[in-house]
Write a protein that binds this ligand. Structure first.
Ligand SMILES: N[C@@H](CCC(=O)N[C@@H](CS)C(=O)NCC(=O)O)C(=O)O
Ligand SMILES: [Zn+2]
Ligand SMILES: [Zn+2]
Length: 187
């Protein structure tokens, strides 16, 4: 069956640049775009199949990375941003007009607090870290993807050199687990 994981990876993955210094993200509005400037590259860039992350039209996955929140600033039309779900762990700041998510921020006590979640495909420059793995793969079934075809999705990621997970990668799961243990006074 034909499907698009995400337009940025469907035809192969382009590696990022080692000395990359960042760039600006633009929402999809034809004018008065919301812009967010990132000082530096992202880390842990990955495909996410969950229902909450912003995906371009027709794509099964979002591509999302993290960057220290101090390196993120809204540089134009910030009045068009609103937080989609203030109760969620990740407060996704989306453009009210076009729906694109410009950045997600964690305000509560959490292993990833201090890191913002961003979609670097919204930038017009190249060199961003390439996707490293695929997360929340089985979550696309919750959104109506036929489970009989899910092996083709995992196979396509493997062929691109990306490992697939149904939650997060081991490195990120370890960070979450260590945070839980610290909170319980066990570490
Ligand atoms: N299966 C669920 C998973 C949602 C989920 O847990 N998303 C992850 C990856 S973005 C998360 O960390 N969510 C926290 C949040 O959305 O605040 C869905 O697809 O909605
Ligand atoms: Zn917009
Ligand atoms: Zn997600």
């Amino acid at each position: 069956m034909a499907f698009s994981l995400h337009p940025v990876i469907d035809n192969g993955i382009t590696k990022g640049a080692a000395d990359f210094t960042g760039g600006t993200l633009y929402c999809h509005c034809p004018s008065d775009k919301v812009t967010v400037t990132l000082k530096g590259n992202v880390l842990h860039n990955h495909a996410c199949g969950c229902s909450k992350c912003w995906k371009p039209k027709g794509a099964l996955f979002a591509i999302i990375g993290v960057i220290p929140r101090d390196s993120v600033s809204v540089t134009a039309n910030g009045s068009k941003l609103h937080v989609l779900d203030p109760e969620a762990t990740i407060q996704r700041n989306a453009c009210k007009d076009c729906g694109v998510h410009l950045f997600g921020r964690i305000e509560k006590d959490h292993a990833f607090k201090g890191l913002d979640f961003v979609h670097v495909e919204l930038s017009d420059v190249k060199g961003w870290q390439e996707p490293q793995f695929a997360a929340f793969v089985s979550s696309i079934i919750e959104q109506g993807f036929d489970p009989k075809d899910i092996d083709q999705v995992r196979g396509k990621f493997k062929s691109l050199g990306l490992e697939t997970y149904d939650v997060l990668s081991p490195a990120l799961m370890d960070m979450l687990a260590a945070f839980t243990a610290k909170q319980a006074g066990l570490l």
